[in-house]
Design a protein around this ligand. Structure first.
Ligand SMILES: NC(=O)c1ccc[n+]([C@@H]2O[C@H](COP(=O)([O-])OP(=O)(O)OC[C@H]3O[C@@H](n4cnc5c(N)ncnc54)[C@H](OP(=O)(O)O)[C@@H]3O)[C@@H](O)[C@H]2O)c1
Length: 223
C-alpha cells in the first residue's frame, strides 16, 4: 500500500514523500476502503507545516505521519461484527470521515465513519462532502444560537471569503433557508468567478485603499 507521509513539519512540497507500507489489519467493527479520492484541505497543509492556525502541532510517530481526514472509495472488506442491516459490503461506494491519515491507497475506519454514495454523486465530490458540510452547518448553528430569539428573522448575512469552498456552501445553505446573503471576495477576479457560479451580479466596493468585489445573493444561487 502506498501512503503520502511526512517525518517532520515543514513546507508540504519539501517534506511530503510517497512510501510503501503494509496494509493495516481489520478490526471486527471496521471496514476497509480502497481510496479513490482524498481532498487536500487548507487545514491539511497547515497541519503539515505545524502552523499555529492548525492548533496543537500534530504528533509525528517513528513511521511518520499521513495527512488527510476524509475521502471516498470502494469498500473492499467488512469486519466480522458489523451489522449486515447496515448494507456495508464489498464494492459499495462510500465517503468516509473522520479518517485521520486518509492520504493513502486504503483506509481502515469504523463502520460509523462511512456514508454510502448514491450514483448521482461522483467520487471526487463525495470525497470532500463531509468536513466542509459539517463545518458550514456548525457555523450557521453557532451564529443562529448567538442571536437573541427575537432577532432571528429577517437576518442579512455578510459572508467573507465567499468564494472559498466553505463559503460557497454557507451561501447555498443560507440562501436555501431564505436568508439574504451578501458575499464578499477580495478581488474582481474572485467576484467574476463567483458571479459566474451564481449567475448573479456583483458590485465593486473600495475599502482601506483596496478594491473588493461584492457579490449579491439571490434565489438563483446554484452552489
Ligand atoms: N472544521 C474546521 O475547522 C474547518 C473545516 C473546513 C475549513 N476550515 C477553514 O476554513 C477556511 C476556508 O477553507 P476552504 O476549504 O473553504 O478554503 P479554499 O476553498 O481554499 O478557499 C480559501 C479562500 O480564502 C481566500 N483568501 C485567502 N487569503 C485571503 C486574504 N488574505 N484575504 C481575503 N481572502 C483570502 C481565498 O480567496 P481568493 O479566491 O481570492 O484566493 C479563497 O476564497 C480555511 O481557513 C480552512 O482551514 C476549517
Amino acid at each position: 500500500m502506498r501512503r503520502i507521509v511526512h517525518h517532520e513539519l515543514g513546507e508540504p512540497a519539501q517534506v511530503l514523500r510517497v512510501e510503501g507500507s503494509p496494509s493495516a489489519s481489520l478490526g471486527p467493527d471496521q471496514v476497509r476502503v480502497r481510496v479513490s479520492y482524498a481532498p487536500i484541505h487548507p487545514g491539511d497543509l497547515l497541519g503539515i507545516m505545524g502552523s499555529p492556525a492548525f492548533g496543537t502541532p500534530p504528533t509525528i510517530g517513528s513511521v511518520g505521519r499521513v495527512p488527510g481526514f476524509e475521502g471516498a472509495g470502494v469498500v473492499s472488506e467488512v469486519g466480522a461484527r458489523i451489522d449486515p442491516g447496515l448494507g456495508l459490503k464489498q464494492g459499495l461506494r462510500v465517503a468516509f470521515f473522520p479518517a485521520p491519515g486518509s492520504w493513502r491507497d486504503e483506509v481502515v475506519v469504523p463502520a460509523s465513519s462511512v456514508v454510502p454514495l448514491p450514483d448521482s454523486i461522483p467520487d471526487e465530490i463525495g470525497a470532500q462532502m463531509l468536513i466542509n458540510t459539517v463545518t458550514a452547518l456548525e457555523v450557521i448553528r453557532t451564529a443562529h444560537d448567538s442571536l437573541p430569539p427575537d432577532a432571528r428573522t429577517g437576518v442579512v448575512v455578510l459572508l467573507t471569503g465567499a468564494g472559498s469552498a466553505v463559503g460557497r456552501l454557507l451561501g447555498k445553505v443560507l440562501t436555501d433557508r431564505g436568508v439574504k446573503v451578501i458575499r464578499l471576495v477580495r478581488s474582481e477576479a474572485g467576484a467574476a468567478k463567483l458571479s459566474g457560479i451564481l449567475r448573479g451580479r456583483w458590485r465593486r466596493r473600495a475599502s482601506a485603499g483596496r478594491r473588493r468585489g461584492v457579490v449579491g445573493g439571490t434565489d438563483r444561487d446554484r452552489h
